[in-house]
Design a protein around this ligand. Structure first.
Ligand code: GDP
Ligand code: MN
Length: 380
C-alpha cells in the first residue's frame, strides 16, 4: 500500500525522523488558514499517488496566506499523470542549502534491506542514476544483524564529509531502518533529504510503501488506504477477502488454488490469449465466493470472456457446480463463460451444469482454447 506524502510524514514523526510541520486542505480557504496558523512561508503540495509533482506544477512556494490560497486554487483540480488532485499538503517552507537522496527497500533478491543514497538528490535523481551511476551509493543491510552503527556512518559520510551533518544523517538512517522493520515497509524514499541553511537535516518529501501482508499488525496504518486512488476491482476483492491481482488482458479467470491459477494464466498466455487477472477462490464451494468472484470480474470492462477452472481434490466438483449455478442465478453474466471441471465428482458436477445449459470441459487445454476463442469473438 502506497502512502501519501502527508501520511508518510506522520509515520516519520512517530519514528522521530525530522520532517516539516504541516496539515492537509481540500479547499483554497483551508490552505490559507493553515498558512496563517503556521505563520511562515509555506509550500503547497499536491497529494496524489504520483511522482514528479514538482515538474508537473503540483508544488508551489507561497510567502503569505493569500499566496497560499492562490497556489491551492492552481493545484486543486489539477491533473497529474492522469490523477485529479483533491487534497494539498500545506507545510512550512525550508531554506534549502542542498538536496540529498536517501532510500531503503526490501531487496528479496539480496535477502537484505538495501540502502540507496546519493549526494545529488532532488527532482533529477533518475537522470543522475542513469548518467552518473557512480554518484549512487548502495549498501545491503543484513536482516539478522540489523543496521550496524558503522554502516549508518558509512552511508552518512557518503552524503556529507562534515561530522556534525553526517552525524545527523546517520541518526536518521537508523530511525529509517527501525521504521522499515517495525512498520513492515517495503520502501521508504526520502527525496529530497534536505540540508537547511541552518545545517539541519529534514525530510522534505516522503514516499512509503507498506507491505500489504503486514497491515493486519498495524490497524492505524490500515486506515491510510485511499480508496479513490485504488483499482476498483482490487478494492472490491480485498473487501470480499479474495486473493486477486488485476492484469491488463481480457480473459477473466476464476480458479481454485493459487498454483492452478498461475498455471491457468500461463496457459492462456501460451495459447496467445491475455489473462485479465489472477483470482484464487480457494477450496470453498460456497456460492457466496463465486458471486463475489463474478462481481469483481464484472467490474472490469475489459473482460471479454470468463474461465472458471476447478480441480476437485478435497473440494468436490458437484459442490462447486451447485455453487456456480446459484451464483449465476444472482449475477447476470454479460460475457461468455467457459468452465473446466476435473477431479473429485467431476462427472456429477458436469451433469449439474448441463442441466442448466452449461457444458464443462475436462481438459484444461481445451477449456483455455475455448475461452480465448470466446474472448476474441470468434464463432459468435
Ligand atoms: P516530487 O517532485 O513529487 O518529488 O516532490 P518534492 O516534495 O520532492 O518536491 C519537489 C522539489 O520542490 C524539491 O526537490 C525541492 O526542490 C522543492 N521543495 C519542496 N519543498 C520545499 C521547501 O520546503 N523549500 C524549498 N526551498 N524547496 C522545496
Ligand atoms: Mn520528491
Amino acid at each position: 500500500m502506497l502512502l501519501h506524502e502527508y501520511q508518510a510524514k506522520e509515520v516519520f514523526k512517530s519514528f522521530d525522523i525530522p520532517t516539516t510541520k504541516g496539515k492537509t486542505a481540500t479547499t483554497p480557504e483551508g490552505a490559507g488558514l493553515i498558512a496563517s496558523e503556521l505563520a511562515k512561508p509555506v509550500v503547497i503540495k499536491a497529494q496524489v499517488h504520483a511522482g514528479g509533482r514538482g515538474k508537473a506544477g503540483g508544488i508551489r512556494l507561497a510567502a503569505t496566506p493569500a499566496e497560499a490560497e492562490e497556489a491551492a486554487i492552481a493545484i486543486l483540480g489539477m491533473d497529474i499523470k492522469g490523477i485529479t488532485v483533491h487534497k494539498v499538503l500545506v507545510t512550512e517552507a525550508v531554506d534549502v542549502a542542498h538536496e540529498y537522496y536517501l532510500s531503503m527497500l526490501l531487496n528479496r533478491e539480496h535477502r537484505a534491506i538495501t540502502v540507496v543514497a546519493s549526494r545529488e538528490g532532488g527532482v533529477d535523481i533518475e537522470e543522475t542514476a542513469q548518467k552518473h551511476p557512480e554518484a549512487i551509493f548502495r549498501l545491503d543491510c543484513n536482516g539478522v544483524l540489523g543496521m550496524l552503527d558503522c554502516q549508518a556512518k558509512r552511508i552518512a559520510y557518503a552524503l556529507s564529509p562534515k561530522p556534525p551533518i553526517a552525524g545527523k544523517i546517520a541518526a536518521i538512517v537508523k530511525k529509517m531502518y527501525a521504521m522499515m522493520k517495525r512498520a513492515d515497509c517495503s520502501l521508504i524514499e526520502i527525496n529530497p533529504l534536505a540540508l537547511t541553511k541552518q545545517d539541519d537535516i529534514v525530510a522534505l518529501d516522503a514516499k512509503v510503501i507498506l507491505d500489504d501482508n503486514g497491515l493486519e499488525r498495524h490497524p492505524q496504518l490500515k486506515e491510510f488506504r485511499d480508496v479513490y486512488e485504488e483499482n476498483p476491482e482490487e478494492l472490491l476483492a480485498r473487501w470480499k477477502g479474495l486473493s486477486f491481482v488485476k492484469l491488463d488482458g481480457d480473459v477473466g479467470c476464476i480458479v481454485n488454488g493459487a498454483g492452478l491459477a498461475m498455471a491457468t494464466m500461463d496457459l492462456i498466455k501460451h495459447y496467445g490469449g491475455r489473462p485479465a487477472n489472477f483470482l484464487d477462490v480457494g477450496g470453498s464451494s460456497n456460492p457466496r465466493k463465486m458471486v463475489d468472484a463474478f462481481s469483481v470480474l464484472l467490474r472490469d470492462q475489459e473482460i471479454r470472456a470468463i474461465l472458471v477452472n476447478i480441480f476437485g481434490g478435497i473440494t468436490r466438483c458437484d459442490d462447486v457446480a451447485n455453487g456456480l449455478v446459484a451464483a449465476l442465478e444472482r449475477v447476470p453474466l454479460n460475457v461468455p463463460l467457459v468452465v473446466r471441471l476435473a477431479g473429485t465428482n467431476a462427472d456429477e458436477g458436469k451433469r449439474i451444469l448441463e442441466a442448466r445449459g452449461i457444458s464443462a470441459w475436462s481438459d484444461m487445454d481445451d477449456a483455455v482454447h475455448a475461452v480465448i476463442k470466446a474472448a476474441s469473438g470468434v464463432g459468435q
